[in-house]
Design a protein around this ligand. Structure first.
Ligand SMILES: *Cc1c(COP(=O)(O)O)cnc(C)c1O
Length: 370
């Protein structure tokens, strides 16, 4: 009996009847792109996040890329402008920036929270800096009050990569409602997951919302009239209908994720393992439970031998990927060390209590190589 890292089959099986009914509704409607389901999901997701607008797009990378493109169209960003972001993020955060001929400027994170450290952000602000991209990594909100103050002081845009943090909250405000705009992913493994690729932009900015709405649909607001050189990145009716079902359960799922994480935090005791630090409980949506261990590879092998699947998020930081060879002179020793030490334990709303106990016992029994 294995403890899976994440069983999407188990996650979706809980709602199989409702999901199949939603899919049948779309199939029978004969309307598959930009229709009632997308409009309804956009309204429901915007209300849930506490923002005026949600715009459904093809995936999380497009959400981030299109919101930045929107700021270029509105004249708030220009090619060559710098965007500061954490060096230890998933590469999509970088790709969204470089796809718009903007320049990603990675900085060291706070190793306790894995999120942007406002002091490092401030030190990286230069004459070409125009935006900060906060990534709520592993599901925990970045320090948005400090970053907001910093952005105000320096006249910068503050955008959120909220792909891992659906529902993470601070004083009743949710991820996606802290910055000028945010990008969400609904990739199947995310906390709110479609059954395929999907994403959304959230914002309170009417002009940006209108622009992104056009950009996702060939730059068009009226059929066959093209104000902008847009793209085709639309959330489809089928995924929207499935997401409307899943949205009704995401708060309960976050509670279940939090319960697993709390058991790990209480149960794991090991001199060579650093547990993730948590600020306010509601500020963490627990997309991933990521610990640090100097003997990470040995720990991963030990857990596998115990039948426990783990993953590494992420093995190589973006600035050390061949795709970013231009950043080879960037040195982020802390980020690089984190990538050698992080290990993600199984975490999902369907993880059985007994399996959580097995993981805790196996981690505590780890004996590091001499
Ligand atoms: C998943 C993810 C993305 C990209 O989302 P996709 O839907 O996979 O394109 C962007 N940023 C972060 C932090 C992510 O985890």
């Amino acid at each position: 009996m294995e403890v899976p890292f994440l069983s999407l089959e188990a996650v979706n099986a809980r709602h199989a009847d409702e999901l199949k009914a939603a899919a049948a509704r779309v199939i029978d409607s004969g309307w598959y792109v930009l229709g009632e389901e997308v409009a309804a999901f956009e309204a429901e997701f915007a209300a849930w996040c506490g923002v005026r607008h949600a715009i459904g797009v093809g995936n999380g990378l497009d959400a981030l890329a299109l919101l930045l493109r929107g700021y270029l169209e509105l004249g708030r960003l220009a090619e060559g402008d710098e965007v500061i972001l954490p060096g230890n993020t998933f590469i999509a955060s970088f790709l969204a920036i470089s796809a718009n001929r903007l320049v990603p400027v990675p900085v060291e994170p706070d190793p306790a929270s894995f999120n942007l450290d406002p002091a490092h952000v401030e030190a990286a602000i230069g004459p070409r800096t125009r935006a900060i991209m906060a990534v709520h990594l592993y599901g925990q909100l970045a320090d948005m009050p400090s970053l907001h103050a910093l952005a105000e002081r320096h006249g910068l845009l503050l955008v959120e990569d909220a792909a891992q943090a659906h529902g993470a909250a601070w004083n009743d405000r949710r991820a996606g409602a802290f910055g000028d705009a945010a990008g969400f992913s609904f990739f199947p493994a995310k906390n709110l997951g479609a059954l395929g690729d999907a994403g959304a932009v959230t914002t309170d900015d009417d002009a940006l919302a209108q622009c992104v709405r056009a950009l996702r649909n060939y730059g068009s607001e009226v059929k066959y009239q093209h104000r902008l050189r847009g793209t085709n990145s639309r959330l489809d009716e089928l995924q929207a209908a499935l997401l409307r079902v899943k949205l009704r359960y995401v708060d309960e799922d976050t509670r279940l994720r939090r319960r697993v994480a709390t058991r790990y935090l209480d149960g794991i005791r090991h001199p060579q393992i650093v547990l993730p630090s948590v600020g306010r409980e509601e500020a963490h949506a627990w997309h991933l439970f990521v610990l640090r261990c100097r003997h990470r590879d040995a720990l991963q092998r030990h857990l596998l031998a115990c039948g426990i699947q783990t993953q590494v998020h992420y093995p190589v930081p973006p600035h050390r990927q061949p795709a970013y060879a231009g950043l080879l002179d960037v040195h982020l020793p802390l980020t690089e060390r984190l990538h050698e030490e992080v290990l993600s334990l199984p975490l999902s709303p369907t993880l059985a209590d007994a399996d959580v106990g097995r993981v805790i016992a196996a981690v505590n029994a780890f004996r590091s190589p001499a």
